[in-house]
Design a protein around this ligand. Structure first.
Ligand SMILES: Cc1cc2nc3c(=O)[nH]c(=O)nc-3n(C[C@H](O)[C@H](O)[C@H](O)COP(=O)(O)O)c2cc1C
Length: 155
């Protein structure tokens, strides 16, 4: 059976809350085994045990956090063919999409062993310490559901 992991970094809890919400949508009440892990508690090898790998980071100075960047660097040389990958970030509206695009580029660059397509989501926060802006959490749950649907539809 397919399984999923959502790995995240978070300073103030917003990105963790988004990770948990994506997990709720993805698991569909346990139909797809889904784990949520802080980036410091996992490794590329552990991530590769799953069919779906979702990676999330807060936007810090327009970039993923150093821990997430380090993870992506390590994953760059791995054979990710057949894996479903998705990225998400939390940020202000001025930086919408920036970190997600950066994470995709970091992983894809010079790695011939990545299957397209990627899914990405930017979730808006109101202040540096949160909260997540109204209506944004629903998008996180929808991303999880979209991934679950794609798994259930695949042969
Ligand atoms: C050191 C630092 C730098 C940041 N730089 C940016 C930035 O360049 N662009 C942006 O949209 N948000 C920036 N933020 C705000 C973060 O987006 C916000 O703190 C984050 O989404 C909250 O997520 P968390 O609760 O998971 O830490 C920054 C926050 C910190 C702490």
């Amino acid at each position: 059976m397919a399984s999923a992991v959502i790995v995240y970094d978070s300073w103030y809890g917003c990105t963790k809350a988004v990770a948990d919400e994506i997990a709720r949508g993805l698991s569909g009440e346990g139909r797809i085994p889904t784990v949520v892990a802080h980036v410091k508690d996992t490794s590329p090898e552990q991530l590769l045990r799953h069919d779906v790998i979702v990676i999330g980071s807060p936007c810090h100075f327009g970039a993923p956090t150093p821990r997430i960047r380090d993870l992506l660097q390590k994953m760059r040389t791995l054979d990710l063919r057949g894996k479903r990958l998705a990225f998400f970030d939390t940020c202000f509206s001025s930086d919408r999409g920036r970190v997600t695009a950066r994470m995709e580029t970091m992983l894809r660059n010079r790695n011939p062993f990545v299957s397209p397509p990627f899914l990405g989501l930017s979730v808006m926060v109101e202040e540096t310490r949160g909260p997540v802006a109204p209506g944004e959490m629903g998008k996180a749950r929808d991303l999880g559901r979209t991934i679950r649907t794609s798994l259930l539809l695949s042969p």
